[in-house]
Design a protein. Structure first.
Length: 275
């Protein structure tokens, strides 16, 4: 049974659980034994997700970059059918190792490639081993879907996320409202978090249609016990409307830009006034 995050106004990280370690023979699949020759060099930048109520960093999202800080696209454009599984596994392991080395505060949010998962109970093994080796609690690891990766089979994808919850990870649906992952998926699976697509966030303080949609989603998520993160926040107006709507977890350039191989620094001026 998963440990809920609580209400929007009482966000917390679940109590630590022991890290499960695979024992005995573990079944393999074609993806697990493949070792592509065209491996991809990459590093990470980290962007904070903040809790506006307590003015603390709730999590850092691990954002892939080139080895010298090049754009994400310079890396992702190299992913193909031959190296997709290897890249997905390498991303998970490196994100955990780097977060541990940097001593990042709060959770670490890792984008994963759902179409690279062959059998979730097997493909998660290297993640569990990396968490165990680095002493990183599973309930401080959030798995979120990668932006733009189309989910062809919603039931199968929901099964992956259920397995991750069973292991003790937190789960998030990214880009919620963008079309690929939406209400149908939410009807079949209850994640720990959803991240509002930035297209809904942009200019929401001046858009009645966006306001109505987000208010409706907030009502649904409260009923389901799902915590909402608003990403892509760039203005004080966006921050203030979303706060008034009940959202406490926020991410965007208003607060902090991604920091290459470092913890992101939150701009103190981005916090709302206390009175």
């Amino acid at each position: 049974m998963r440990t809920p995050l609580g209400t929007q106004g009482n966000i917390r990280i679940a109590a630590d659980r022991p890290i499960p370690v695979a024992r005995g023979p573990v079944p393999s699949c074609e993806g697990c034994v493949s070792s592509p020759s065209d491996r991809i060099e990459f590093e990470y930048a980290f962007q904070p997700i903040v809790n506006v109520d307590d003015r603390r960093v709730y999590a850092h999202e691990a954002l892939v970059r080139g080895p010298n800080g090049e754009s994400a696209m310079s890396v992702l454009s190299q992913v193909n059918e031959m190296n997709r599984y290897w890249f997905d596994q390498a991303c998970r392991v490196k994100a955990i190792k780097t977060a541990s080395r940097l001593g990042l505060e709060g959770c670490i949010s890792i984008n994963f490639l759902p179409n690279a998962v062959y059998r979730p109970e097997v493909c998660i093994r290297s993640t569990l081993e990396a968490a165990n080796a680095n002493g990183f609690p599973l309930n401080r690891i959030i798995f979120e879907t990668t932006e733009g990766e189309r989910i062809q089979d919603g039931s199968w994808f929901a099964g992956i996320l259920r397995e991750y919850q069973r292991c003790g990870f937190l789960t998030a649906i990214d880009d919620f409202g963008a079309g690929y992952a939406g209400l149908t998926l939410l009807a079949d699976f209850t994640p720990d978090l959803i991240k509002l697509d930035m297209a809904l966030v942009r200019g929401i303080d001046e858009s009645r249609s966006r306001q109505a949609i987000v208010k409706g989603l907030m009502h649904t998520c409260r009923d389901m016990g799902v915590t909402v993160i608003a990403e892509g926040i760039e203005t004080v107006g966006e921050r203030d409307f979303l706060y008034d709507a009940g959202i406490r977890l926020m991410q965007g350039y208003l607060f902090a830009r991604p920091a290459f191989q470092a913890a992101g620094t939150v701009d103190e001026a981005a916090w709302p006034s206390s009175g």
